[in-house]
Design a protein around this ligand. Structure first.
Ligand code: HEC
Ligand code: HEC
Length: 211
């Protein structure tokens, strides 16, 4: 066996070793994935991952890794239908998804004002958030999304730190059934039970917790 053969074996094992390690998440985030259709995330989600509120692009920084990976899978399957994220999700490799998931979970989200759940709830948004509307089977949002809407565990994403525009768009997506990726239609039931004024008010309430 000649040297060149050993050379290529070594080069191959080097390549395998590299792919066995996480993809370069920082590079994927700021320059795009190996497949050019995986456009650099920072273009829309911001260099620090805190999103672009006016454009309705959500924050990704601080999202639980499992929730993040689930959303990518849901964009691909169409259970969360979005024409911008579909081709991007399809173009990411599993390795890139896992690497991005752990990098983003470790990036700090925006600071959130502490709230006291026992405080008197004033106004439409805060009342829904802290008390729900049990006469319509709507539990208070903080019972799943955590005190102050900071998110809980792997499955309940933060609401604080997202813009009102984005939160409204997601509640409307559930109302219109373009987003139907939640277990047991938990969010679908809630979103469809809210009035338009309530969607606006509760979204503004959570968005303002991070300002
Ligand atoms: C051209 C703009 C654009 C680019 C580039 C982009 N996104 Fe998005 N992203 C969006 C929009 C718009 C949404 C909201 C989709 C919706 O309404 O369901 C979104 C939503 C998401 C969500 C859901 C967040 C949540 O809180 O549920 C994830 C996860 C995500 N993007 C990951 C990525 C990753 C990873 C990249 C880079 C590989 C990326 N995006 C690149 C526009 C973009
Ligand atoms: C019974 C638990 C539960 C309650 C109560 C609840 N949610 Fe959710 N919510 C979820 C789950 C689970 C998800 C994530 C679904 C998925 O996997 O995409 C979610 C996701 C969301 C999202 C999407 C966040 C993102 O980053 O895309 C919004 C917006 C939202 N909820 C708003 C609300 C509001 C407003 C209320 C109160 C009126 C509320 N939720 C009450 C369980 C709940």
């Amino acid at each position: 066996m000649g040297m060149s053969r050993w050379g290529s074996v070594l080069a191959l094992s080097g390549a395998l070793a590299t792919s066995a390690y996480a993809a370069d998440a920082q590079k994927t985030f700021t320059q795009g994935g190996t497949n050019p259709a995986a456009i650099a995330c920072s273009t829309c989600h911001g260099a620090d991952g805190t999103g672009m509120p006016a454009a309705g692009f959500p924050r990704l920084a601080g999202l639980p890794a499992e929730y993040f990976a689930k959303q990518i899978a849901d964009f691909r399957s169409g259970s969360r239908a979005n024409p911008i994220m579909l081709p991007i999700a399809q173009a990411l490799s599993e390795d890139e998804v896992q690497a991005l998931a752990s990098m983003l979970a470790n990036m700090p989200g925006p600071p959130v004002k502490p709230i006291n759940r026992a405080q008197a709830a004033k106004g439409l948004g805060q009342t829904l958030a802290l008390r729900g509307a049990w006469d319509r089977n709507i539990p208070e949002c903080v019972s799943c999304h955590g005190p102050g809407g900071i998110g809980v565990g792997a499955s309940f994403p933060p609401l604080a730190g997202q813009s009102a525009q984005y939160l409204v768009s997601q509640l409307n997506a559930w109302r219109q059934k373009t987003r139907k990726n939640d277990p047991d239609d938990l969010m679908g039931h809630i979103a469809r039970s809210l009035t338009e004024a309530e969607v606006e008010a509760v979204s503004r309430y959570f968005a303002e917790l991070s300002q």
